[in-house]
Design a protein. Structure first.
Length: 404
């Protein structure tokens, strides 16, 4: 059965037209209008090409943190200005680290920055009443146009990178080493200090934008040394453009150890007349108040790590009292500290009249965060002298020395 509808044309009578024919004419007209507007034949407009495309990505481990550097190119035909409130970022993944008992099971970490000017986000990975067992992750994002790099040349940027690797660079720099990135990745260059130093950004067509994402592991015992491992889904929004990526942060690049070197004792505690390797040595004098004892500044240590203590000593003939060396370990938290009495040791030094080499290997406690070393002439007598030289405390086998 065919259904007709009537139409009336000027100067003519009624003329039946099939409804199916009229519908076809309407659909063709809609399709032609869509093509005229630059759309697809089905009437859906094509998605515009993204204005920002990824040029390169660098992944670097910085102790227990990750630093991801992106270089993005603006492919639009006109320049853009990106304000702080037009920048957003999100990092998501199931994080773990089999080296750490509390992180053996993957846990969800979601860090989101909706917009500036605050470019930091923090999430709880492990919640606990004890601060030493609590774990958080912190995301810090920095962005700047490449032509705003404070270095005047790539050579200058390289020098800044080397300073950063040696721990001498300014805030906001990142360590660079020969194994800092994966194959084919660029070595990251230092950017302006502070997350908002390069904002707002003015980007010309073809201009490059740097985005740095730093993922920090905040854990009293493990945060400085064990990065959280996972495949991370990353989303960066700059203005109206979105860049998405999956970043392989699933293996450590090196075993991190504390960056610390004991400073030389004060000049008044050094003696240039008795030294094994020169030019001077630490001098203990029982007859001078306060000089019968010397404690080196407390130094950070990695938990559960074999350490080798080395030093040489010389005890003057006629010294009364007992000469001793002592190592103490502590667990420090932001709110308290506790001596780990079972983890320290004390040793008598008994050879008199000649330089004697001492070497002792021990393991830091599973909860140790800092260590103290001191030498003393014990007893009530004020007679005696001792010299100490060539003091060193390093991980056994040089563990972690391949890192920054």
């Amino acid at each position: 059965m065919r259904i007709f509808m009537e139409t009336r044309s000027p100067g003519s009578g009624r003329r039946p037209v099939a409804r199916g024919v009229l519908a076809a004419v309407v659909l063709v007209a809609i399709g032609l209008s869509g093509l005229a507007a630059g759309g697809e034949p089905n009437g859906r407009s094509q998605k515009p090409a993204p204005a920002l495309v990824r040029v390169s990505r660098t992944i670097a481990q910085d102790q227990g943190a990750w630093v991801i550097d992106y270089r993005l190119r603006h492919t639009g035909s006109t320049g853009v200005i990106i304000m702080p409130d037009e920048i957003a970022a999100r990092v998501d993944g199931w994080v773990s680290n089999s080296r750490v008992p509390s992180h053996a099971t993957p846990r969800r970490s979601t860090l989101a920055i909706e917009h500036g000017p605050d470019f930091t986000a923090v999430c709880d990975v492990i919640t606990a009443v004890d601060e030493a067992q609590r774990c958080r992750e912190r995301l810090v994002v920095s962005a700047w146009a490449e032509d705003l790099c404070p270095c005047r040349s790539r050579a200058a940027c390289g020098e800044k990178a080397r300073q950063a690797a040696a721990g001498k660079g300014p805030a906001g720099t990142v360590d660079t080493t020969q194994n800092a990135g994966r194959a084919g990745d660029r070595v990251p260059l230092p950017g302006p200090t502070g997350p908002t130093a390069g904002l707002p950004m003015s980007i010309a067509p073809g201009g490059l934008v740097h985005v740095r994402m730093r993922l920090e592991h905040h854990h009293v015992l493990y945060g400085d040394y064990d990065p959280l491992l996972a495949l991370r889904r990353v989303e960066i929004r700059l203005g109206g453009s979105t860049v998405r990526d999956v970043v392989p942060l699933d293996h450590e690049q090196y075993l991190a150890q504390p960056r610390f070197t004991w400073p030389e004792p004060p000049e008044e505690r050094r003696d240039t007349h008795h030294a094994l390797s020169g030019p001077d040595s630490l001098h203990l004098e029982a007859h001078i108040p306060g000089h019968h004892y010397y404690r080196y500044p407390d130094r950070p240590v990695r938990y559960s790590t074999p350490m080798r203590l080395r030093f040489s000593y010389l005890i003057a003939a006629g010294t009364e009292g007992e000469c001793r060396v002592r190592v103490a370990q502590y667990r420090d938290t932001p709110t308290s500290w506790r001596m780990l009495n079972h983890a320290g040791f004390e040793k008598g030094l008994n050879v008199v009249g000649r330089w004697t080499r001492v070497e002792r290997v021990f393991t830091t406690d599973a909860e140790a965060t800092t260590l103290a070393l001191d030498f003393r002439i014990a007893g009530d007598s004020d007679v005696g002298e001792m010299w100490i030289d060539d003091v060193s405390l390093e991980p056994v086998g040089g563990a972690g020395q391949e890192g920054p």
